[in-house]
Design a protein around this ligand. Structure first.
Ligand code: DGL
Length: 269
């Protein structure tokens, strides 16, 4: 049966942070239509138990499938970490996640073999990045640090604030001789400047949003799902206030370039 490559790509995150992924996907695949779901009504995911986040992830993907998507991007590191590949591979469409993409890029960039990851408490506690990186580069050095205060600082728009520098210094003071650091949370690309300066400009920072966009492109090509001459439409859905999503979304993206609608993921299983 011929595949319908004109269908949109679904992208979801616990909230607005995944717009960093949408931005990179749009840059790389400008002809593709996108459906973005931000689960702000149930965010943050990073402080919740793995079972709860796994259940949310199942509903988020079911919601996107109800919109007819041909592939799904799990932009949320915490969702991908807690869901696991068994769940992500069970939906009948390709599901690409930030963790595999970010780990592969980190391994390709390191020269010392000392790799680090920063993320939410749930992502770091899951150990998923450590397993992914060590499977690709056995025997490598590994550093992980939960940085829970970074998400609210980004959402506050304090991307270049002295408080953010101080918080980053406290979190990263023990980073040691890591030469490659995965920004393992969708919000963290907004703190690249702060993290880069605090770590002395000597560490390669892996923006997993860019990495996952590349992985998505490869997957669509491989599956014969790439749309190269579409008239792209973007739709946004949020489980919280449409007005709040729209105003914060503009802070994150500049222009949204699409309409925002309310959705309730609990209606989907
Ligand atoms: N979007 C989440 C991630 O990438 C972080 C925000 C949250 O805790 O919900 O891990």
């Amino acid at each position: 049966m011929k595949k319908d490559n004109s269908k949109p790509i679904g992208i979801f995150d616990s909230g607005l942070g995944g717009l960093t992924v949408l931005k990179e996907v749009r840059k790389l695949l400008p002809e593709e239509s996108l459906v973005y779901f931000g689960d702000s009504g149930r965010a943050p995911y990073g402080t919740k138990s793995a079972d709860t986040v796994r259940a949310y992830t199942r509903q988020d993907i079911a919601f996107l499938l109800s919109k007819g998507v041909k592939a799904v991007v799990v932009a949320c590191n915490t969702a991908a970490a807690c869901a696991g590949r068994d769940l992500l591979d069970s939906f009948g469409v390709p599901v690409v996640d930030v963790i595999g993409a970010g780990s592969e890029l980190a391994v390709s960039l390191t020269s010392s073999g000392n790799i680090g990851v920063i993320g939410t408490s749930a992502t770091v506690a899951s150990g998923v990045y450590e397993r992914a990186v060590k499977a690709l580069l056995p025997g490598c050095g590994f550093y992980a640090k939960a940085c829970p205060l970074f998400v609210p600082l980004v959402e506050e728009g304090w991307w270049d604030d002295e408080i953010t520098y101080e918080v980053a210094r406290r979190y990263l003071e023990d980073i040691g001789d890591v030469d490659t650091l995965v920004l393992g949370c969708t919000h963290y690309p907004y703190l690249e400047k702060v993290i880069g300066e605090v770590t002395g400009g000597k560490i390669a920072l892996v923006n997993s949003a860019k990495a996952v966009a590349g992985k998505l492109e490869q997957t669509l090509e491989k599956e014969g799902l790439r749309n190269k001459d579409g008239k792209p439409v973007t739709e946004y859905y949020t489980s919280d206030s449409v007005e709040k999503f729209s105003s914060l979304g503009k802070l994150f993206l500049g222009e949204l370039g699409g309409n925002v609608f309310r959705a309730d993921p609990e209606d989907f299983t």
